[in-house]
Design a binder for this molecule. Structure first.
Ligand SMILES: CC(C)(COP(=O)(O)OP(=O)(O)OC[C@H]1O[C@@H](n2cnc3c(N)ncnc32)[C@H](O)[C@@H]1OP(=O)(O)O)[C@@H](O)C(=O)NCCC(=O)NCCS
Length: 193
């Protein structure tokens, strides 16, 4: 088991965290094209995201393993189609070499914890049909498909909506399955590969 810390990205880590998100999206099987086009620059721009939202990283010592952007409310420039009482998760990516160990679940758990602490009613996100591992992760975390909020910004990019309602005390242990249950999100023992 290794201990992984989930914490805000430091400015000196922005480039590395952005590169991980780009690599994660590039490695997706089933994407319509191998290239991300202009979206790669957007995914890489952690500094831009950090100016308008909270960018979290998963770090094992000095090694970055993953990155996610937590959008607290619709006032953020990173918010897309958010209802007034919702928070959002955006641009989640885990280094392909570190996938399958619970890093993604830990990053999602950290966002859900922040949303609860901020008193948000739900966490909302969009995902593409070819992000199968992400869908499994979201559904295990309690997110539900909300097809009425699907969106198609480009003909080749259909976006599927997922929403986690934050009512009541949350799941037993307050955590996302696979992320260490009731362990602190700041230090999570991940599954061995
Ligand atoms: C989605 C993503 C962040 C998940 O990261 P992760 O660290 O692998 O997540 P976890 O280890 O917590 O597990 C997620 C699920 O996918 C499975 N999985 C992920 N990568 C895997 C791999 N390489 N091989 C086998 N299973 C894998 C896990 O076993 C788990 O499923 P399970 O809980 O049913 O066992 C990662 O796959 C990724 O970066 N994908 C590309 C970008 C993306 O799709 N982002 C979502 C944007 S909405």
């Amino acid at each position: 088991m290794s201990a992984v810390e989930i914490r805000p990205a430091r400015p000196e880590e922005y480039a590395g965290a952005g590169a991980i998100v780009v690599a994660a999206y590039r490695a997706l099987p089933g994407a319509p094209t191998g290239e991300l086009g202009g979206y790669a620059a957007e995914l890489a721009d952690v500094a831009g995201r950090a100016a308008g939202a909270e960018v979290l990283v998963a770090a094992d010592g000095t090694a970055l393993l993953g990155c996610v952007t937590f959008v607290r409310d619709p006032s953020s420039p990173l918010a897309e189609h958010l209802w007034p009482d919702e928070a959002a998760i955006r641009m989640l990516g885990v280094d392909p070499a570190a996938q399958g160990r619970g890093v993604g679940a830990a990053l999602v758990d950290a966002c859900v914890t922040r949303a609860r602490a901020a008193g948000r009613a739900a966490v909302f996100l969009h995902s593409t049909p070819w992000m199968a591992a992400a869908h499994r992760l979201y559904e295990r975390a309690g997110f539900q498909r909300t097809p009425g909020r699907d969106w198609q910004p480009l003909p080749e990019v259909p976006l599927l909506a997922f929403r986690l309602a934050l009512v009541g005390p949350g799941p037993a242990g307050g955590g996302v399955p696979g992320a260490g249950g009731d362990m602190s999100v700041s230090e999570i023992c991940l599954r061995d590969t």
